[in-house]
Each structure stands twice: as C-alpha cells, then as structure tokens.
Design a protein around this ligand. Sequence first.
Ligand SMILES: C[S@@+](CC[C@H](N)C(=O)[O-])C[C@H]1O[C@@H](n2cnc3c(N)ncnc32)[C@H](O)[C@@H]1O
Length: 313
Amino acid sequence: MHDEEHVQTVDQGSVEWDLSFTEQQARSVAAQIVGFDTPQSVFTNYIVHNKDTNLKASERLFQICSVICDVGHTMLPRQIRPLLIGKDVLDFGCGTTMYGAAFRAMGARSYVGVDPVVDLSRRRFRSRRLKATVNTGVSLESVMLRIPRIEYYQNADILEERTFDTIILHTVTEHLHDIESLFSRFQKALNPGGSIWFLHTNFYSWSGHNQDPKTLKDFDPENPEHLKYADWAHVDFDAPSDHVIRTHLNRLRIGELRDLTERYFSIVEWTLVEDKPPVQARLTPEIERRLGRFSRSELLTKQVICLARKPTL
Ligand SMILES: C[S@@+](CC[C@H](N)C(=O)[O-])C[C@H]1O[C@@H](n2cnc3c(N)ncnc32)[C@H](O)[C@@H]1O
C-alpha cells in the first residue's frame, strides 16, 4: 500500500472524517474511552500509553493505580490531559503527591517533580477526596521502581540541565518569592512551542490567606483568630515578618501575575474562577469601600488558571 492511501478523507454528508491518525493520537483516543477515575481505568490508561510494560507481576502497578484513585489524584491529570500525552513534564512544586504516577498513567512520556519537601520514603499522602492525610502503603521510591521515567529533586538545578514540553505549577505560584527569576528559568527550560500551565490561588480572595477559616462553613464569627482573616480582614492585616502570610505567600496581584506571564510567554487561556455565591455575598458595600483599591472582580476571584506557550522559533 502506498503512503498516500493511509491518509484519506471520507465525505459522510456534512461530516469530514480525517483518517490520518498517528499512533499517539490513536493511543490518546483509546485512553479517553476508558476514562480515568477507577483503578482499572488508570491501569488501562497506563498500559495503553506504555506499550513496553511488562505485565508479569503487575499487581504492584495496579496497587499504585488504586492509590492514585484513593487519594483523588486523577482530577488534575484529567483537566490537563492534552498537555501530558507524549510530553516530557516538569511538575514544579509537586509537594508530597502521587501526580508523577498519575501523569505517567495519563500518557506523559516522562515526569520530573521538584519540591524542597520531596521525601521519597514517605508513604503518607494527603487525600483530596478525604481531605486528610492517609497511609497509602506506597512510597515514591516504590513508584519509581515500578514506573520508569519518574524523577524527583529537592532543588531546581534540573531547570538548567533538561528541557521540557510542559511545565505545571498547581497551587504553587502564590508561594514563589523568586517568581520573576523562576519564570525566566522556566522559559529557558521549555522547548519551543512548549506549554506552561498554572493554577494560582488569589491572595485577595475570601480564603486567599491560607489560614483558618478556609471555608465559609468553617467560619466561627466568635473566634478572634478567624476574625483576623475572615471576610477580607487578611488583606489589611499587618502580618509580622515571620508570619506565614509573609514567609509563604508572595501576595502577587492578578494583574502583576498576568504582566509577568506575558513577559516570558504567550498567554493562550487566562481564566478567572470566582468564589461561589454564598462567599460572594460576604462582600458587603462597606468592605468594598474599605478595599476600594481592589476591583470587585479581584476580590471575588478565587483562582486563576493560565495556559501559556513559549513561541516556536
Ligand atoms: C500548596 S503546595 C502544592 C503542592 C502540589 N503542587 C499540589 O498540588 O498538591 C505548594 C508547594 O510549593 C512548594 N514550593 C514553594 N516554593 C518553592 C520553590 N521555590 N521551589 C519549588 N517548590 C516550592 C512548597 O514546598 C509546596 O509543596
């Protein structure tokens, strides 16, 4: 068969069917059919994307897939699937998570996690489903033994040693005090056409202080500690220099984050995620007046989700 015969367009009424799937596209379609929310489907995705998997004695691999589901680490890879399949991925500020295994199961060609808190022997992970830390019985060390092309580092030197197709920062940008120099390093470490995706928690939102109360449900108006932060009190709170608001949060404004991103990348999507209506209702005219230097939108934006690209040469 000649090559041209592989690529043909079949006219079916008004629908045009492009039959020129590459192997990678075929794998991606297969993976979508099986979903990504049960141990079985994560396992199947892994096998679909890693055709060289040795399936003898793969119980340990299945156990890892179960842990990924148990701790709820399937949501993020589902959300950013196109940025993972066939890509070399850097998860900057990966924390203590199972995203390495989840991203590889979702089709990432390789995964590098960077975070000062990485501990390869740790078996306890925070469950996004249970909102609690659970003992999974699986360490990152054992994940790396079972799944190839997963690496972890406690420092960021890898940015000068390797290049990536995708850089992910999930709830990390609000913590980076050296964010300008890091964005410059991310830009150099990205391959031309590569993507940077981040989910940023906005300090100026109702819960942006990262202290208690984290949700409206938890708010106790009788608790003086809560009153320091709740209902946007944190925005004017003069935190001492050793307070986590100063040591762990950069308090970047949304406009500053956008300008910074545009200095190094081309923004493809910039989505502001607003707080739910009951939280929005807490923004009284009096608070708005007091915080008149902020727009209503900035005070009600809980998160910013950004996808940006490094231009191709
Ligand atoms: C809120 S946690 C998010 C962890 C993980 N991305 C997740 O989604 O669960 C923020 C993480 O950023 C990490 N971090 C803060 N500054 C960092 C830096 N300069 N380099 C690498 N990681 C950093 C922290 O150690 C922490 O684990």
